[in-house]
Design a protein around this ligand. Structure first.
Ligand code: FDP
Length: 281
């Protein structure tokens, strides 16, 4: 089994465990993550589970996590960058959360062009894992249940766009962006929950656009390039969609630090073009 298969297998095994046990950590509080945000106990717990399963894999050279200040050296090979529990502020209200994994053939900081694989796990009413690998043609979706995974079919973004989910309080967004958001909400159904993986899953299933723009509190956007934006852009682009930071594919964003952020838009390519035309004005 090669390294990418071992990584996918360990993500799957750990995701089963997270899915079965996350309720035990729902109310637990944690510290502060390297981006200065409150962690809940589940963030720290999930990070240590994924570290224990991914760092020992032969061919994994570095483990980087949204929950850790620095990269941990663990041998020679790929850098695994992970958001162990994306959208964890949704746990208190018992809404969906996810895990995002990017496998880079480079040390960080690195652009998404160095990604060789991306994985997204969605802990919803049931748990799914979606995998894009540069050595595979198709994006594969798996259903995780009863301790094993079943292939669920290949993933391709629907050509018709029907849902839109845009983050941020409108008074914290630009007037240009708000006018664009109103336009989109007249054309498509609003689907926004506040966990990137879950919101993106709507777009992957129904076609549309997910976006976290620049806001007053987060002038560079909120999502982190290495842990969220680039791996998800890699996955969406492999599924036939597009990504942009407003001017270029997110895969071309060159982060200057481990926890760098970027405005993030993911979805159907015609909508990504419209985002770029609008934000360029
Ligand atoms: P969370 O802080 O709950 O972990 O970047 C993490 C993230 O969730 C994304 O999953 C989500 O899209 C976004 O932050 C939501 O943030 P706000 O509710 O602060 O806008």
């Amino acid at each position: 089994m090669n390294t990418l298969e071992n990584i996918a297998r360990e993500v799957r095994n750990t995701a089963h465990y997270v899915s079965d046990n996350v309720a035990n950590y729902a109310g637990a509080s944690g510290g502060t993550n390297p981006s200065g945000e409150d962690q809940i106990g589940a963030d720290v717990w999930a990070d240590s589970l994924f570290y224990d399963s991914l760092a020992p894999i032969e061919g994994v050279g570095e483990y980087a996590s949204e929950e850790r200040e620095t990269v941990t050296d663990c041998g020679d090979g790929y850098t695994v960058a992970i958001d162990p529990l994306d959208g964890s502020s949704n746990i208190a209200s018992n809404n969906s959360v996810g895990t995002i994994v990017g496998v880079y053939d480079a040390e960080l900081p690195a652009s998404g062009r160095e990604l060789v694989a991306s994985i997204m796990v969605l802990y919803g009413p049931y748990t799914t894992m979606t995998v894009a690998r540069n050595d595979r043609e198709e994006v594969q979706e798996y259903l995780l249940r009863d301790g094993h995974s079943e292939r669920w079919g290949q993933f391709e973004l629907p050509s018709k766009a029907t849902v839109v989910g845009l983050a941020g309080i409108s008074s914290n967004r630009s007037a240009t962006f708000n006018a664009f958001a109103t336009e989109l909400e007249q054309e498509m159904k609003l689907r926004y929950g506040g966990a990137t993986v879950a919101d993106l899953a709507q777009v992957l299933e129904y076609g549309g656009l997910f976006g976290y723009p620049r806001t007053t509190p987060n002038p560079d956007g909120k999502l982190r390039v290495h842990f969220e934006s680039a791996p998800l852009a890699h996955l969406v682009e492999a599924a036939g969609g597009g990504s942009t930071d407003g001017t270029q594919s997110i895969l071309d964003v060159e982060p200057d630090s481990l926890h760098a952020r970027t405005p993030t838009f993911l979805g159907n390519t015609d909508l990504i073009d419209r985002v770029e035309r609008t934000l360029d004005e």
